[in-house]
Unconditional design. Structure first.
Length: 270
């Protein structure tokens, strides 16, 4: 599933095509994805001018001058295509701008979603209402993370994937950050010291910033809106490297919980 860097990369690709532009055509090409597409999406978005394209956690936000925000989630296989030659079977939303640019949201598995809310109601949108801080923001720091995990007996990796603790982190980048910080993903979150959490927060920010600069990690269906692949997967230190040697010489281990893989080095992470 596309994680924060992939969504940030997607938003960055959409921004120059959409921001400040009027939408002359908004055409849902089916009634639903993971859940129904708002029936008034066409009416409320057609003719509106896009004022801002941003991101919250793993969601993209397209704001308009009418005070509406279209929220998209890419699910497992969603991606935006810019100025495609022809429409494809799984192009489920078509947008056209006053400059005759065309964008389509493609989602073969239809695990993504489209929602439309008023800007004033954005913070109360169900997915955002109890969401933690953005990991790249100033509010996410060692003091916050120590307090948020106080008394928690769950493994630190599980806590970092909890969107109530911190928004937008996913499996790949949590594995990488825990390795960079030298913290065992199985370690009880409430037992980690403040200095180690300071180090972990620094690692999380570093790995996310590096991944965004590289265009994300291309897993299965994810590509950037311009059709290019993300290359951060070439920089993975532990993720997907089970059995290979860590820099210390020990083998990289893999543990599976509820269908989700955790990669780590028993020697470097404690």
């Amino acid at each position: 599933m596309p994680e924060l860097p992939e969504v940030e990369t997607t938003v960055a690709g959409l921004r120059p095509v959409l921001e400040g532009k009027r939408l002359t055509l908004v055409e849902p090409r089916r009634a639903d994805l993971r859940r129904p597409i708002p029936v008034d999406l066409r009416q409320r978005m057609t003719g509106a001018r896009v004022t801002q394209v941003t991101r919250r956690a793993k969601y993209g936000l397209i704001e308009t001058d009418r005070g509406d925000v279209m929220i998209f989630h890419l699910g497992m296989s969603g991606r935006w295509r810019i100025d495609p030659g022809e429409l494809e079977k799984h192009d489920h939303l078509l947008l056209e701008t006053e400059e005759n640019r065309r964008l389509v949201l493609n989602d073969p598995r239809r695990f993504g979603s489209l929602d439309l809310v008023r800007l004033d109601d954005l913070d109360s949108f169900p997915a955002f209402a109890a969401m933690g801080p953005e990991p790249l923001g100033d509010a996410f720091n060692g003091a916050y993370l120590k307090n948020a995990t106080k008394g928690r007996r769950a493994p630190v990796k599980q806590l970092l994937l909890d969107q109530h603790v911190v928004a937008g982190l996913g499996n790949i980048y949590v594995c990488e950050a825990l390795y960079m910080a030298g913290i065992d993903p199985r370690r009880m979150g409430g037992g980690i010291s403040r200095p180690r959490y300071d180090r972990l927060v620094s690692a999380i920010k570093k790995v996310l910033e590096s991944a965004i600069a590289a265009g994300g990690s291309s897993l299965r269906d994810f590509v950037k809106p311009d059709g290019e692949l993300g290359y951060f997967s070439k920089q993975w230190l532990v993720y997907g490297r089970e059995g290979e040697k860590c820099a210390c010489g020990a083998p990289i281990m893999r543990k599976v919980d509820s269908g989700r893989s955790t990669f780590y080095c028993e020697k470097c992470q404690s």
